[in-house]
Design a protein around this ligand. Structure first.
Ligand code: OAD
Length: 237
């Protein structure tokens, strides 16, 4: 059994599955967001150009749904791991639901953006959604009246923090993946870099992820049940 010390460098990647037990729908499971919505109609820059009202409606609903959602034991287990490791811990999330921050995680990179903020397409100001008038079909910037867009990395756009993430992948000893199907790149390819650079790769997921062949240790099941127990064992032995 793995035993961590405070000097072990651990990089964590999370996806929608970690928030499933908080009641947030994943993308690709049955009843998931992509079963009911066409990606190219709500999650691409082209969709926003051609139908901003529809795109805003999709993200407005997701934002409103996310407000009442609470972190689950898997999010809190990662907070515990971060307390133990300090600066040797880094959490990269593909999730935009803010649940890691709500749980108390501090060293978090939201590589696909956040539902809690939006960006002015004209003056590029970043604004908290809670301060924006969301009753307008297309919300506008309070500074320049430009069109606001959700602060989400859409398909065809480049995720945030890739250079920082690449450094962390090359320097971690443990790469832990939680709740992601392993189909969306570049995140799905992170495991290969970590493994080639000598990290031990561990994954927890309800179903086998697509990149399973690069995983050294796979735990199949719900992260809210598996992760708290694993973190306790890794820290306390
Ligand atoms: P997916 O919906 O593709 O995958 C979620 C994974 O979580 C699935 O493999 C499930 O088996 C697993 N899962 C479900 N419930 C779980 C639980 N309780 N515990 C553990 N695992 C569970 O979501 P992501 O992999 O996060 O991007 O998707 C990656 C990206 O694709 C998203 O960030 C989003 C999406 O399109 C953008 O919107 C840009």
């Amino acid at each position: 059994m793995l035993k961590l010390t405070p000097a072990t460098k651990v990089l964590v990647l999370t996806g929608a599955g970690i928030s499933a037990e908080s009641g947030i729908r994943t993308f690709r499971d049955s009843g998931g967001l992509w079963e009911n919505n066409r990606v190219e109609e709500v999650a691409t820059p082209e969709a926003f150009s051609s139908n901003p009202i529809k795109v805003w409606e999709f993200y407005r609903q997701r934002y409103e749904d996310s407000i009442s959602r609470k972190p689950n034991p898997a999010h809190f287990a990662l907070v515990k791991l971060e307390h133990f490791l300090g600066d040797n811990f880094l959490l990269v999330t593909q999730n935009v639901d803010c649940l890691h921050l709500k749980a108390g995680s501090k060293r978090v990179l939201e590589m696909h953006g956040s539902l809690a903020t939006c960006i002015c397409t004209h003056c590029h100001s970043k604004l908290a959604i809670k301060d924006i008038d969301l009753t307008k079909y297309i919300p506008t910037c309070p500074f320049c009246n430009g069109v606001l867009r959700p602060d989400i990395v859409w398909f065809g756009e480049i995720p945030h923090y890739l250079s920082l993430i690449d450094d962390a992948l090359r320097n971690c000893s443990i790469f832990l993946i939680v709740g992601t199907s392993g189909v969306v790149y570049p995140a799905a390819g992170f495991v290969l870099t970590a493994k080639l650079m000598g990290a031990k790769t561990i994954a927890i997921n309800l179903e086998k992820p697509d990149n399973l062949s690069y995983i050294d240790e796979f735990y199949q099941g719900k992260s809210g049940e598996i992760l708290p127990e694993l973190v306790d064992k890794w820290i306390n032995g």
